[in-house]
Design a protein around this ligand. Structure first.
Ligand SMILES: Cc1ncc(COP(=O)(O)O)c(C=O)c1O
Length: 373
């Protein structure tokens, strides 16, 4: 059956994926103008260092990062930090709060390091963690926003003076409120809310975390790979540099996005995110074939919405149909969850107007069923 989609149902931008996310093409156009002064120039020279400094300054203001915290930029994405925590911050024992695929990957990274102990405290997919420090832990690992399930963990555990609180904020940072001063390590890849390319990590380190880096590294027996050495990452960041050569395009996109978001201010960005979340979850609750995957409304993410779909609608056919026609990209559920599910990003660059069009378009397709032919 051929389906004619009414023009007013077509989103102005097809990208609704949960990372890499909708980057603004006008930022790239501006980069092209700057090209000869940035692209293909040394990251040890002032133009690229100025870009890093701009990111650090705007992030500090936007996320309200205390002055005595360091803002570290490095290559390797949040995935590298999964290893760097176990290798360079844990003394003996880390407790992982696990609520989906990414928090589990982080646990598995720690578990593979033979000289530390890693404990997993897991809830069922779709639920948020109820978190405490746990017996003997010197690091507690928390995932602020579990990208695979669309669960938000905003109630951070208290930790004592011997323990660090490490937060993977990859898909929440910038939109999900978090008091940085309660964390010792707050890290993310800026390829989600911050609309950059992949490959970069950002790590905010408290004075307590910096002292721990020195303490762990003082143990001469301890194996710390050069690429995962916090001391190098820190000292380079203090000079507004990454340890090894960065992708300048990634830095540029990140810098433009932080500048834009900082100009609006966190409260305004958070408010916009809440409005989008309210819209999408309300849609799911009122539609016969849809329901919210995350049962507890307080745990429903304001950056990644997961919507269960009735078996009568084949989501894989629906999303393939939309992708083939270049109308909508990236709204399939997280594969490993194995559900008939939509997963839709609510990141800052995705407008409420486009989300309204997307939901109306899905309604239209479900009603006419033309995608399934
Ligand atoms: C919560 C979370 N942590 C870590 C990662 C890994 O990030 P990267 O692929 O940029 O290393 C992701 C990626 O989607 C994520 O969603």
């Amino acid at each position: 059956m051929s389906v004619n989609i009414p023009q007013h149902l077509i989103p102005s931008d097809p990208r609704f994926g949960c990372g890499p996310s909708l980057i603004r093409l006008e930022d790239l156009a501006r980069l092209q103008q700057q090209g000869p002064h940035l692209l293909g120039t040394s990251h040890r020279k002032e133009p690229v260092k100025a870009l890093c400094r701009e990111i650090q300054d705007n992030l500090r203001s936007y996320l309200n990062v205390p002055q005595d915290y360091s803002i570290v930029l490095g290559n390797g994405g949040a995935t590298l930090l999964f290893d760097m925590v176990g290798l360079g911050l844990v003394k003996k024992r880390i407790v992982h709060h696990v609520c989906g695929e990414f928090s589990d990957k982080w646990f598995n990274a720690s578990r593979r390091i033979p000289w530390i102990e890693a404990e997993k405290r897991q809830v069922e997919n779709g639920q948020g963690n109820v978190m405490t420090q746990g017996e003997g832990a010197d690091v507690v690992a928390v995932t602020l926003n579990e990208t695979s399930t669309g669960v938000m963990n905003t109630l951070l555990p208290d930790v004592d003076e011997h323990c660090l609180l490490a937060v993977d904020a990859t898909s929440g940072a910038g939109q999900v409120a978090c008091d940085i001063s309660r964390t010792d390590l707050f890290f993310f890849s800026p390829q989600k809310v911050f609309a950059s390319e992949g490959g970069l990590f950002v790590a905010l380190l408290s004075p307590k975390a910096k002292a721990r880096i020195a303490e762990v590294a003082a143990d001469r027996e301890r194996y710390i790979p050069v690429f995962a050495d916090w001391r190098l990452a820190l000292s380079n960041s203090e000079q507004a540099q990454t340890y090894n050569t960065p992708a300048v395009v990634t830095l540029w996109l990140f810098a433009e996005q932080v500048k834009r978001m900082n100009a609006l201010g966190f409260a305004q960005v958070e408010q916009q995110a809440k409005e989008k979340a309210e819209w999408i979850y309300q849609w799911a609750q009122t539609h016969n074939s849809l329901s919210c995957y995350v049962a507890d409304p307080r745990a429903r993410s304001t950056t990644v919405a997961t919507i269960d779909v009735a078996d009568s609608v084949d989501v894989s056919k629906l999303t393939a149909w939309l992708e083939q026609r270049q109308l909508v990209y990236g709204i399939d559920g997280y594969r490993a969850l194995g559900r008939n599910q939509l997963r839709i990003a609510l990141f800052h660059n995705i407008s409420l107007e486009d989300l309204k069009k997307l939901t109306a378009l899905i309604d239209y397709l479900i009603d006419c069923g033309g995608f399934a032919a």
